[in-house]
Ligand binder design. Structure first.
Ligand code: FPP
Length: 249
């Protein structure tokens, strides 16, 4: 049997879906006596590097936590800087993403984004929708609790409309009403910046993800650090609730 494209030389499967909490931009800037926005700008360079490296390392889906529902509480100037970076990133990278067969999609409350960001995001999604390469899933104005709440409301509305019986509701039906519908759950969650929190990220979908936390700040996270996370993942035994003996059978 030939190794799958996500397998290493020893045949251990790599993660098909990697989700990343890109933390530490502010600290990276502070360490250098620079404004936080400079840290975010440097963070975009890491975004570029990781999008390029991901398919080469066998990753099929990459979800990046670029802006949370809670991030709206940051100072207006920082929010503005982040929105500006998102817009310029999508504008400058769209042609290259398309050429590299990347399919852009997003999760989150997109209607809360400034119109300019929304427009280029919608264009990127439409233009790359038929691409068969890496799925780049951008979490923008995203919050896990809000996402689950919306999915629950959708199910309730379907029940009220007589399309569904409450007894029929199961995990599959709820999953299909999340923003991530159609995507596999993440196999690996990476958090940069050393903190051990989920920060309202993919609360449903991360149920059985392996978690890798690195002290590396996001602006310093490049292909080499991604490779270390994947190597660590390959050393894990994923049991999905079973015993080690059951799994190794
Ligand atoms: C957390 O660092 C990072 C963010 C809130 C924003 C992440 C955004 C980018 C990397 C750039 C734009 C993204 C794309 C997809 C083009 P922090 O500011 O909380 O850092 P700190 O914990 O050190 O203060």
């Amino acid at each position: 049997m030939s190794a799958s494209p996500t397998s290493d030389a020893a045949g251990s499967p790599g993660p098909a879906h990697v989700a990343i909490i890109m933390d530490g931009n502010g600290r990276w800037a502070k360490q250098r006596g620079l404004p936080r926005a400079v840290g975010h700008r440097q963070g975009v360079e890491s975004v570029r590097a990781i999008i390029t490296a991901a398919p080469e390392l066998g990753i099929k889906v990459l979800t990046l936590y670029a802006f949370s529902t809670e991030n709206w509480k940051r100072p207006a100037l920082e929010v503005q800087a982040l929105m500006g970076l998102l817009k310029s990133f999508l504008k400058s990278e769209l042609a290259a993403l398309h050429q590299n067969r990347v399919r852009v999609r997003c999760i989150g409350q997109i209607d809360r984004l400034p119109a300019g960001v929304r427009r280029i995001l919608e264009l990127a999604i439409a233009q790359t929708s038929a691409n068969q390469g890496l799925v780049l899933n951008l979490a923008l104005s995203y919050g896990g609790r809000a996402e689950i709440t919306t999915a629950a409301r959708r199910l309730a509305e379907e029940c009220r409309a007589g399309l569904l019986n409450p007894e029929e509701i199961n995990e599959e039906l709820l999953s299909a009403r999340l923003d991530t519908a159609g995507l596999p759950d993440p196999d690996l969650l990476i958090r940069t910046g050393g903190e051990s929190r989920l920060s309202n990220f993919l609360l449903w979908q991360l149920s059985y993800a392996e978690i890798f936390i690195t002290e590396t700040l996001w602006p310093d996270f490049r292909q080499e650090q991604l490779q270390l996370a994947l190597d660590d993942f390959r050393g894990r035994q994923r049991r999905f609730g079973r015993t080690p003996e059951q799994v190794s059978k």
